[in-house]
Design a protein around this ligand. Structure first.
Ligand code: AMP
Length: 298
């Protein structure tokens, strides 16, 4: 594996493989790699000829300077982990390489960035994400890019970005990797004490409860949410949002009669965590397809 720091070096390294028509896969990360990131790399490795992992803690997607400063960083360890997954290139640029003096452009997706994470972190969070991801797509020009379902809204936003701007990249979304306790793996879990780590499993429990209730035939969102919220009733857990939405538009829904997306964000002490779960609906409770109609019900 080669670690490259500049756009020019990376472009030069990929020129020959691209001429040869080799399939290039990109896994964007902010480092502090864990099994979730590694699962994306493994998927990329199994589907692509050249695998590029980017490691860049993107300052523009952080709301608070203190959050940016506290973000865990260990490039040496990350390089070993990526090399173990047979990654070809680790692209680890400096902030100045990505945002040189005079940088003045923002890529902004409207609407779907204004709810959920956007409502709580501010839309500039996603502006930071879509701008840096657009840059990475232009720098690497991958055939395929891999993202985690863990950041569900981010995947919806990036798919919209790619569609709206006709960016020639295939987006693949990989399942959330969890601890045995159900806690979704996250670089931010490093900030949790043992007691907080235990408490943090409530996020997954709330989502799992929602799925159990839906599987049992409940479709009323208010009822599902109140059962899920009960799992989060703990004075040490501060819920920012718990919502059930349309998985494509992220618009709130009132009834789960087709696959839906449940999302939660909560503070455990000083650490903000997010998680989500696609809710699948028992076949019997899906709305019937009208006779003679060829409209899909799902
Ligand atoms: P980050 O370094 O947090 O920006 O994450 C880089 C990529 O890894 C994003 O596409 C995330 O959605 C993905 N990711 C983070 N945590 C997980 C996880 N537990 N399971 C699967 N993918 C993840």
């Amino acid at each position: 594996m080669r670690t490259l720091r500049t756009v020019a070096e990376l472009k030069a390294a990929l020129a020959q493989p691209r001429r040869e028509g080799r399939r290039i896969g990109l896994v964007p990360t902010m480092g502090a790699l864990h099994e979730g990131h590694l699962s994306l790399m493994r998927r990329a490795r199994s589907e692509c000829d050249e695998v590029v992992v980017s490691l860049f803690v993107n300052p523009t997607q952080f709301n608070e300077r203190s959050d940016l400063d506290a973000y865990p960083r260990d490039e040496a360890r990350d390089a070993v982990a990526a090399a173990d997954e047979h990654v070809d290139y680790l692209f680890a640029p400096t902030t100045e390489e990505i945002y040189p003096d005079g940088f003045a452009t923002t890529i902004s997706v409207a609407g779907i960035t204004e709810t959920l994470e956007g409502a709580h972190r501010g839309r500039q969070h996603f502006d930071g994400v879509t701008t840096v991801v657009s840059k990475l797509f232009n720098i690497v020009t991958p055939d395929v890019a891999y993202f985690g379902q863990k950041d569900a809204q981010q995947t919806v936003v990036i798919k919209r970005l790619v569609r709206d701007l006709n960016i020639p990249v295939q987006i693949e979304v990989c399942p959330t990797v969890r601890e045995p306790s159900g806690l979704a793996m996250s670089s931010r879990n490093a900030h949790l004490s043992d007691a907080e780590r235990e408490r943090a499993t409530a996020l997954h429990q709330a989502l799992a409860t929602a799925q159990v209730i839906v599987a049992a035939g409940e479709s009323d969102v208010a009822t599902i949410l109140s059962a899920a919220a009960a799992e989060l009733e703990d004075p040490q857990v501060r819920v920012e949002y718990l919502e059930i939405v349309n998985p494509e538009t992220l618009e709130p829904i009132t009834s789960v009669d087709r696959p839906a997306l449940a999302l939660v964000a909560a503070w455990i002490g000083q650490t903000r965590l997010i998680d989500n779960q696609l809710l699948s609906v028992p076949t019997s409770s899906r709305p019937p397809v009208a006779a003679g109609s060829n409209t899909r019900s799902d």
